[in-house]
Design a protein around this ligand. Structure first.
Ligand code: ADP
Ligand code: MG
Length: 633
């Protein structure tokens, strides 16, 4: 067998990652142990899975474990697993190159905030390199499960640009990582310190993490497990502390923050399974930055064996923020992704996951308002997708949504649809809302002035998803939802005579406006919804809001332009002035300005901003006091 040592250069990006990790994460240097143990645990999971198809892989050495030991004379720390191991190609691929697109994103999203960045390294799949925070040389020897003793590989690097690779005799299957600790890192050559770190960060790893039994301060040949070493979700709930749940959450997700809440259930019945589902405090960075599949939060185990990440099969997309574990007693161990798609048992588990998460959210909403508020802020928009995606649970989901409203305003509070209905005046039949592309725009919508003046609450929707979501909601608890900016709005229907008289009186003005505005408008009407503003745009019941039309148009969608209806407020002084000026040049400016300001308020764009500005300036000059107006040159 060749004993040649080959020297290779890391890919440029690996060098960069190495440099960043070792320098910027120094303040959290002990995370290296968590990352290396987590890799060892993954390797054991992979072996156990591979052994399902090929039991011979583990036949000679069936007890899977991770061993941590140190040698204070040699100043080395060793982490060994008897897991799946790696072939030579796999070592090069996994350790020396940036096979994963996440790495570049990791580099881009490093923030310099060490606390945040320690979290990123786990999420982006660069955890191995954390070894170089404390080591100036790392040796990895490995032998792939099923390979012969002589087919091992020895990899070594000082973490600066290069690594060496050589064939090696490796007595046992699995991977051994030896850290040659830096001068100042002697603290890790302590059984007490290492046990403490393992307890703190890796207690819930489902395999035994063993250390040599100490006798008279010296390590012996005997090994003992220092972690709990059983899958947390299989333990009785009463024996699991909140700290246990949180530590498990962190190891599962690499989230540095605590989970917001969780639900843990064992189901026995036609089929048996265990669910442990977490709601995070905030969206994980990987959802935003990493190239990794966003939908990898839910791990499927079958009888304690990790099978695959199966969030897509076990949760609908609108619950994609949920993290956790599903452990089934009854699915076949050789289950494939395809089989999961179309399996009766899986469908039941999926429905149970949805039910448990909705139960959990309802419980938070009822009993822990502050946590629920945090949830709404982090994931409320994702949950809204469920209105469209999950018709069967629509009412339950709608109950959990929170909206800004004209009545929650002062406290900056959001309201539920139930709050709204509870406050409805007698005789009010519908739930009013308005959509806009910002909260300020929604709040300032002229279309809701009349409702506000009558003390009728209006929900202020300004998330991009709202307009789309509300289209699926339609009604809640038997009450229709109505957009205050659409369709005919007659708030004082009993005053029909007065209305008719006003319309007749305004007839000539409306006609003239229609003529002046031409094709810009579909119609000009007298408004029954305005009290303060002179004008507003009104859309048809089924038209898409103007700000949405603009967004879609900008995104390259063809949007047929419909001429909107302009409503004017006959009480407003500008409209009253217009009556006398309709035929003058100033009157024409004013007519256009009434239309253009209504467009702006509705989130639309002006066809000719320069002409608008010129009109505004003319109007300002005309109305300015001649004494204070600077003489024009
Ligand atoms: P991640 O674990 O997120 O993939 P790491 O940088 O921690 O990223 O590890 C990179 C890869 O190296 C792993 O995905 C795995 O393929 C391989 N690897 C690391 N440690 C081991 C080990 N102990 N046994 C087998 N493979 C390993
Ligand atoms: Mg890792």
């Amino acid at each position: 067998m060749s004993t040649a040592v080959e020297t290779r250069a890391f890919e440029a990006e690996v060098s960069q990652v190495l440099h960043l990790v070792t320098h910027s994460l120094y303040s959290h240097k002990e995370i290296f142990l968590r990352e290396l143990v987590s890799n060892a645990s993954d390797a054991l999971d992979k072996l156990r899975f591979a052994a399902l198809a090929d039991p011979a892989l583990t036949a000679d050495d069936a007890e899977l474990h991770i061993d941590v030991s140190f040698d204070d004379k040699a100043r080395t720390l060793t982490i060994r697993d008897n897991g799946i191991g790696m072939s030579r190609d796999e070592v090069v691929e996994n350790i020396g190159t940036v096979a994963r697109s996440g790495t570049r994103k990791f580099l881009e999203s490093m923030s310099g905030d060490a606390r945040r960045d320690t979290q990123l390294i786990g999420q982006f799949g660069v955890g191995f390199y954390s070894a170089f925070i404390v080591a100036d040389r790392v040796t990895l020897t490995t032998r792939k499960a099923g390979a012969a003793e002589g087919e091992g590989v020895r990899w070594e690097s000082s973490g600066s640009g290069e690594y060496t690779l050589a064939a090696a005799d490796v007595a046992q299957r699995g991977t051994t990582i030896t850290l040659h600790l830096k001068e100042d890192e002697g603290e890790f050559l302590s059984g007490w310190k290492l046990r403490d770190l393992i307890k703190r960060y890796s207690d819930h790893v489902a395999f035994p993490i063993r250390m040599p039994v100490q006798k008279d301060g010296e390590p012996t040949e005997e090994w003992e497990a220092v972690n709990h070493a059983s899958a947390l979700w299989t333990r009785p709930k009463a024996e699991i502390t909140d700290e246990d749940y949180q530590a498990f959450y962190k190891s599962l997700t690499h989230d540095f923050n605590d989970a917001l809440a969780w639900t843990h259930n064992r189901v026995e019945g036609t089929q048996g399974y265990t669910l442990l589902l977490y709601v995070p405090e905030r969206p994980p960075f990987d959802a935003v930055f990493s190239g990794r599949d966003e939908r990898q939060g839910l791990k499927l185990y079958i009888r304690r064996v990790f099978i695959m990440d199966a969030a897509e099969q076990l949760l609908p997309s609108y619950l994609r923020f949920v993290r956790g574990v599903v452990d089934s007693d009854d699915l076949p161990l050789n289950v494939s992704r395809e089989l999961l798609q179309d399996n009766r048992l899986v469908a039941q588990i999926r429905a149970a996951c949805v039910k448990r998460v909705l139960d959990l959210l309802e419980r938070l909403a009822r009993d822990e308002p502050e946590k629920f508020r945090q949830f709404t802020q982090a994931f409320g928009n994702v949950l809204k997708e469920g209105i469209a995606e999950d018709g069967a649970n629509r009412e339950r989901i709608a109950k959990l949504l929170r909206f800004a409203s004209t009545k929650g305003e002062d406290a900056g509070k959001t309201v539920s649809l139930d709050d709204y209905i509870g406050r409805m005046a007698s005789g009010q039949e519908v739930i009013w809302y308005v959509t806009a592309d910002s909260h300020a725009a929604a709040k300032g919508s002229p279309q809701i002035e009349g409702l506000r003046a009558r003390d009728i609450e209006v929900l202020l929707l300004s998330d991009r998803i709202d307009e789309w979501m509300i289209g699926y909601l339609g009604e809640y608890a038997g009450r229709k939802l109505r957009n205050a900016a659409k369709g005919d709005l007659d708030l004082d229907a009993d005053d029909a005579d007065a209305r008719k008289a006003a319309e007749e009186a305004a007839g000539p003005l409306l006609g003239k406006l229609k003529e002046l505005l031409g094709e810009r408008v579909g119609d000009v009407r007298l408004s029954h919804r305005l009290t303060e503003s002179p004008s507003c745009i009104v859309l048809g019941e089924h038209d898409m809001a103007l700000h949405m039309q603009r967004i879609l148009r900008e995104a390259g969608h063809e949007m047929p332009a419909q001429a909107p209806v302009l409503e004017i407020n006959p009480q407003h002084p500008l409209v009253q002035r217009l009556e006398g000026e309709v035929d003058s040049a100033a009157g024409k400016d004013l007519a256009l300005l009434l239309f253009e300001q209504a467009q702006l308020a509705a989130g639309d764009q002006l066809a000719d901003p320069a002409a608008f500005i010129a009109r505004v300036n003319r109007a300002l000059l005309a109305s300015a006091d001649p004494d204070t107006t600077p003489a024009s040159a």
